[in-house]
Design a protein around this ligand. Sequence first.
Ligand code: ATP
Ligand code: MG
Length: 434
Amino acid sequence: MAEGRTQPLRGIRGMGDRLPAETPWWQQLEAAVRRVVRTYGYRELRLPVMESTELFKRSIGEVTDIVEKEMYTFEDRNGDSLTLRPEGTAGAVRAGIQHGLVNQGAQRLWYMGPMFRHERPQKGRYRQFHQVGVEAFGIATPDLDAEIILMSARMLRAVGLEGLRLELNTLGSAESRAAYREELVAYLRQHEADLDEDSRRRLDSNPLRILDTKNPDTRAILEGAPRMADSLDEESRNDFDELCRRLDAAGVEYTVNPQLVRGLDYYTKTVFEWITDDLGAQGTVCAGGRYDGLVEQLGGPATPAAGFAAGLERLVALMAERDPELPERAGPHAYLVVAGDRAAEQADGLAEALRDRLPDLRLIRHCGGGSFKSQMKRADRSGAAVALILGDDEAEAGEVTWRPLQGGGEQERLELDAAADRLKGVIDAAESLG
Ligand code: ATP
Ligand code: MG
């Protein structure tokens, strides 16, 4: 009797696989990110994907969506409570304190990697997702806020994403925030019965987050609420004005959104988001701001800080929409077809010599034998721009046959030098397209 086939296992919901048809956008994005952060003098941090649960509770805030319902928390074999990082700032601050970076003057740092949140998976929202983030420690002035916003704008431009909306707000100092919080609570208490359930609960625990609600009835009540701008301390107001002036001078467009608060507790003063209308409800691709109190709150010396994080899945989705052909252009430049014994002996040497001369060359050397015809079929299917055919004749003469597979042109025999020169042209042409 035939054995039943084993049921294949599936990956975890919300933790997607990125297959080769998609990774070219990722590679383009990651390369652009690395180039941009380098031009601002930011240095890379690589941190563990797990931290003690306590770290996130103390930094992100106990009464936030992330800590209340989104963290992957578990006990390890020693009974310690660990959490897969839901974001990168907490770990960056922890490491900055632990290794004394925050005592060494201005620090400009960046990181990129996976984050984990147990959310309802949907377009633009996953359980494992990826962020690039920057964190700058030790600079209190709004020239830094302007710098990180300019850098985020440059990253978007670098991958062809123009036309996103920049929204800005200031949350004020810790003190002015506390004063505003009281006013807001006093106002909302009068409308308590009409608030949605989440907002009612937050009235005690985290009232500023109510400003961020998507519930339409609560939004209507918020229309009449006191405004954060009216209880701002003078320093925050001046710093915000200066930030706006700097962005104006740099030609960066923005709108001030007084309702913009962030989902994490640690923000002070500047907050900002880059938003697109092309991704439905998951429209925020990058978010950040100042968090002057966090280093001290986590046991380090009082250290001003600011940063942002951008969601790579959302950026890739936009890139794919705007440049759907990139994966095609990322295919091989050339496919080496090998026919005959003498040719087979020389094929590896030829392929290696071409790779030596042309470090950017993407060359597939046919493996697995087969007829000339079947090899040509593979060459066609590979998406390569040209087939390099090495038969015994060619091998004898130290030549190769050049057969264009795309864009027309004649087949011809070339000496190796000439073939390498031509390949250089193919590489440059593919480069200029992407
Ligand atoms: P949202 O309001 O969409 O839940 P957030 O305020 O929770 O976002 P942040 O913690 O500020 O997000 O993270 C910064 C960026 O990381 C977001 O703007 C978004 O681009 C991305 N991001 C956050 N959560 C997810 C997720 N679950 N899946 C994909 N990307 C995410
Ligand atoms: Mg969220």
